[in-house]
Write a protein that binds this ligand. Structure first.
Ligand code: AMP
Ligand code: MG
Length: 344
């Protein structure tokens, strides 16, 4: 398949991309979180092609992207809490799961009676959805299992030849996927953490919970959000998280640098303490926003370094850090090493 690479999101090109969506094709669009692989959410064939292009298992449902929160009631049974959340966080990086209406095909929800709704704030995504006149089902535009794409170059690497068009929107602002929550009766649960934090959501939903799969391994067939059971976000070389005090971690990294062909993913302030060999940084230890923005790009870069293993710092699990922690621990397949156990 020939992929149209759209470098400029002017009106003429957005019209072309919207026509592709209307005609059942696939368009990769930038969003404020990560790039999304979009199709008309009401077209079963187009939606099925999304799974094929990504190599995504057919039991991992897609998020439906809308141009305004008011459109949600066309596709889902909304309630008061949804509109409270929408007032505060939409457009923006929040996905809300609600009971679905029949108009949404089961191909989108993978047989579930719920649908995930999001209103992206990225201007290009907004114009594409509005111009195409249909809801756009879009997972992250990476090949299944790889880190989500946060730049045009990442998407071209994964999707050139597999989709009809890719729109260049530069680097994604946030760099991690949306916060996913499910509304249950009058309360809610976080299924996937993101830029909108537990602490922020708590201001609107005081008893909001965090699903146990956010921080723990979960292979249960009945997991609330099917995406949480897969190995995810992974570069080619295996990733290991390293735990311990700062000194022990730096010593661990240095010893590994001397004895193995490895890559190190660390905080910016660690860099000068290490050998300058296959070290990538993803922000200061106290800068979770930068860690979120950098993580996927840095994980992808290790693929070009031919390292056999990657050792990474564990971020804080507070605020946006929880989202960084959640992605990194999955990239590592939950492999955590204690730094003070190193064999010298
Ligand atoms: P991605 O499309 O890569 O951003 O992933 C979307 C995430 O939302 C995955 O973890 C899905 O499992 C989750 N998701 C989408 N729709 C639903 C739904 N109806 N119920 C539960 N989780 C969902
Ligand atoms: Mg994804």
């Amino acid at each position: 398949m020939q992929t149209l690479l759209i470098k400029e999101a002017n009106k003429e090109n957005i019209d072309i991309a919207a026509d592709i969506i209307k005609n059942g094709g696939l368009v990769v669009m930038p969003t404020e979180t990560v790039y999304g692989l979009g199709a008309n959410a009401l077209d079963k064939n187009a939606v099925t092609n999304v799974y094929k292009a990504k190599g995504r298992p057919m039991d991992n449902p897609l998020i439906v992207h809308l141009s305004t929160a008011n459109d949600a009631e066309k596709y889902a049974y909304t309630n008061e809490l949804f509109y409270k959340l929408a007032d505060r966080f939409m457009p923006g990086p929040l996905t809300v799961i609600l009971p679905k209406k029949d108009i949404v095909p089961y191909e989108v929800s993978c047989g579930l009676d719920t649908v995930a709704i999001r209103v992206p704030s990225n201007e290009i995504a907004h114009r594409l959805i509005e111009t195409s006149g249909c809801p756009i089902a879009a997972p992250s535009a990476n090949l299944s299992g790889k880190p989500s794409p946060t730049s045009f170059a990442h998407v071209v690497e994964d999707m050139n030849g597999r989709v009809d068009a890719i729109i260049d929107g530069g680097e994604c602002d946030i760099g991690l996927e949306s916060t996913v929550i499910i509304i249950k009766d009058e309360s809610a649960e976080i299924l996937r953490p993101g830029k909108i934090t537990y602490e922020e959501l708590k201001e609107i939903i005081p008893d909001i919970k965090i699903n146990s799969a956010v921080k723990n391994q979960c292979t249960d067939e009945k997991v609330a959000s099917p995406g949480m059971k897969y190995r995810h976000y992974a570069p080619s070389a295996p990733v290991f998280l390293v735990e311990g005090n700062d000194n022990d971690i730096i010593n661990f990294f240095k010893t590994k640098q001397q004895t193995e062909n490895c890559g190190i993913l660390c905080f910016s302030e660690d860099e000068e303490l290490l050998l300058s060999k296959n070290v990538l940084t993803f922000g200061r230890s106290d800068d979770e926003t930068s860690q979120a923005h950098e993580l996927f790009d840095k994980l992808r870069r290790f693929d070009n370094m031919n390292v056999e293993r990657i050792y990474a710092r564990i971020p804080s699990d507070k605020g946006v850090g929880l989202a960084v922690y959640n992605r990194l621990i999955r990239a590592a397949g939950f492999d955590i090493i204690k730094a003070n156990n190193i064999q010298e």
